[in-house]
Ligand binder design. Structure first.
Ligand code: ADP
Ligand code: MG
Length: 308
């Protein structure tokens, strides 16, 4: 038995290729193994292929070639089981305006063959904070409420894996907080979570493992901590009390005189210590009016991997 939630091998997807639409290679040989139990982040710039990958996992888009196993089930050999193992909160708002939230959940449960006695519509409405809107029409819901309903719909068949495609793009802080609380709770209860987000800070905070996609390929996959330690660069920014003359800094330190009069020194923390740099500054008679340091963050990793 495999202990992977998702196991994808050499996945390709080409859209179009007809007279009307030229072929577009959205996925160019993606291989990805996602262990069970994680909160996994799929990051990448617009057009990288994240939604295509997610929609193929969910059985909403047909692949061109490659292997997809969901919770151990091959998508081609066991389409029913592999579909039952995954629930997707899509990027697009696709709700029937004439259904009430409760009806939406019931219809979705019906589509997944969940018997009436096993449906959890009321529990789900409570989880997403829509109990008091259970019988309003979807068209009367705010954007944030509709997003929450999409989350609810992804949960009707109690999937092992919950996939969220840009769940917090353009939502307010309150809803974002609520979504993350829900996601953390579902994960603590054993659900594997896969999400895409544009907010790298959010991925850094939420995800224990991350893959970075660009141009239809996976560029890197690692634990968030390892991903961050890849970038060893640190920058010390000093605002001197008096003008700075010549400086003899250790080898490997890049010095940048900034327009505001500060000096920025970038170095590898594994090779040079902050102390060494401060010693050099003292020896050169530099007085320090203000000092701060900047660590590499996910944004830097991301840029270093996706820069053309
Ligand atoms: P992401 O979610 O990372 O922004 P997508 O998977 O949506 O990326 O898109 C990947 C590429 O495939 C983009 O170039 C996009 O324009 C193209 N694409 C996505 N869906 C379709 C489609 N239905 N038909 C043609 N091209 C598509
Ligand atoms: Mg997308």
């Amino acid at each position: 038995m495999t202990d992977l939630a998702i196991d994808i091998k050499d996945l390709h997807k080409t859209y179009g290729g007809t007279k009307k639409s030229p072929p577009k290679q959205a996925l160019q040989g993606v291989s990805l193994a996602i262990p069970r139990g994680r909160i996994f982040g799929l990051l990448g710039p617009n057009g990288a292929g994240k939604s295509t990958l997610i929609n193929i996992m969910a059985g909403l888009v047909t692949k061109t070639s490659g292997g997809v196993r969901i919770w151990g089930f091959d998508q081609d050999e066991n389409p029913r089981q592999s579909r039952a193992a995954i629930g997707v909160m899509p990027q697009e708002l696709n709700l029937d305006p004439f259904f009430t939230p409760r009806a939406s959940l019931e219809v979705q449960a019906g589509l997944y063959g969940v018997p009436k006695a096993k449906r959890q519509s009321d529990e789900i409405l409570r989880l997403i904070g829509l109990e008091d809107k259970a019988h309003s029409y979807a068209r009367a819901l705010s954007g944030g409420m509709r997003r929450r309903l999409l989350l609810g719909k992804a949960l009707v068949h109690s999937p092992n894996i919950l996939v969220l495609d840009e769940p917090t793009a353009g939502v307010d802080i309150e809803l974002r907080q609520m979504l993350w609380n829900n996601v953390r709770k579902l994960n603590e209860d054993g659900m594997t979570i896969i999400l895409t987000t544009h907010y790298l800070e959010e991925a850094q905070e939420m995800c224990d493992e991350i893959a970075i996609m660009d141009n239809g390929k996976v560029r890197a996959q690692d634990s968030t901590a390892n991903m961050l330690s890849r970038l060893d660069a640190k920058t010390m920014i000093v605002m001197p009390g008096t003008p700075v003359g010549a400086l003899a800094l250790p080898d490997g330190v890049t010095l940048d005189h900034r327009r505001d009069g500060s000096i920025a020194m970038t170095y590898s923390r594994s090779v040079i210590s902050a102390d060494q740099i401060l010693d050099c500054l003292r020896q050169a008679g530099v007085t320090i009016q203000d000092i701060r340091t900047k660590e590499a963050d996910l944004e830097d990793v991301f840029l270093s991997l996706t820069a053309a």
